[in-house]
Design a protein around this ligand. Sequence first.
Ligand code: UD1
Length: 352
Amino acid sequence: MKIVSIVGARPQFVKLAPIDNQLREEGHEHVIVHTGQHYDPGMSDVFFNGLGIQPPDRHLAVGSDTHGRQTGRMLTGLDEVLESLTPDWVMVYGDTNSTIAGALSATKMHIRVAHLEAGLRSFNRRMPEELNRVATDHLSDLCLAPTSTAMTHLATEGLSERSVMVGDVMTDVLFATRDKLQRSSVPAIARSDGDYLFVTLHRAENTEPPGRLAAILRAIHDLPNQVMLSAHPRLTHTAQQLGLNLAAPNTTIVEPLPYESLVNAVTNASGVITDSGGLQKESFLLGVPCTTVRDETEWVETLQGGWNVLVKNLDMLGECVNRPTPAPITSEPFGDGKSAAKVVRELQQRVS
Ligand code: UD1
């Protein structure tokens, strides 16, 4: 079987790792096309190196731009690349501009498309990711859903027949990394002077509206806790433009972390504050309470037992992050850590 994976942004590299591993282990041909949406070495190369992914076979180097221009450049590049490849499947991942560009280019060329992490919905159409997800699911020939909630959303939109639940491949890579860290007893990158909250922020809805980022930073800087803020380039650029300080007496800034360091930092944190989808799940699976600075979440399973709390009113941030530790959860809403094998099986079953 010949598979072309189209990726471009940081969370996609994490999802790509277990798929690349599984495909190669089973002797399939796997071609990786990198759109170049993320290009800083810390946002891209370290994930390929750190997670043992084969280097991209093609790189489109599109870089950053408005949504339309960035997606348009991807389409131009992908048409040329896909013309020269004749895969059994194109795989697209998650909900970024690279996802929708990959799905659109491949389906227009009558190549079968599988969407990994299909069926997620925030029901907030102001989010670019929501538009990308909905459109990609409806374009795709196979919707690979991570959870039963995602399957329900796909059914509601009439996509049941092309949908299958495979679990979440991010669980595969997270559990493997967690176990590797435990075996190697890597020292915590944690601050040595005690408890800290691990924080990331990058969503357009939190960085773009006037006053929103300043209000979030004020709330974080006023916390009684020590904070380690891992700054995505979008956050760094916006803060610079607005003349806002990310650092504060309680807040230390670190660069975007390689995956293993991120897992280490979360494992050793007393809590997480984020607007990232992946990090909500990673906190949940690592048993670290998460506070999400958004009005809604696609990963509703993380809310059970209070492991994840949506903070809509920033005045409540301190109370939220310092809530009592929730009771342990025994269910496995994100699969058993063996999802990549299921994905490859589903693809193979549909290749004549
Ligand atoms: C994208 C995804 C988002 C995902 C996130 C993970 C879309 C619409 N959004 O958001 O779903 O959660 O990736 O990180 O696709 N930049 C750099 N260096 C880089 C990449 C970006 O400096 O390597 C800066 C640029 O100023 C750029 C900004 O970050 O304009 C935003 O990058 P972009 O890829 O457009 O969106 P993300 O916010 O990263």
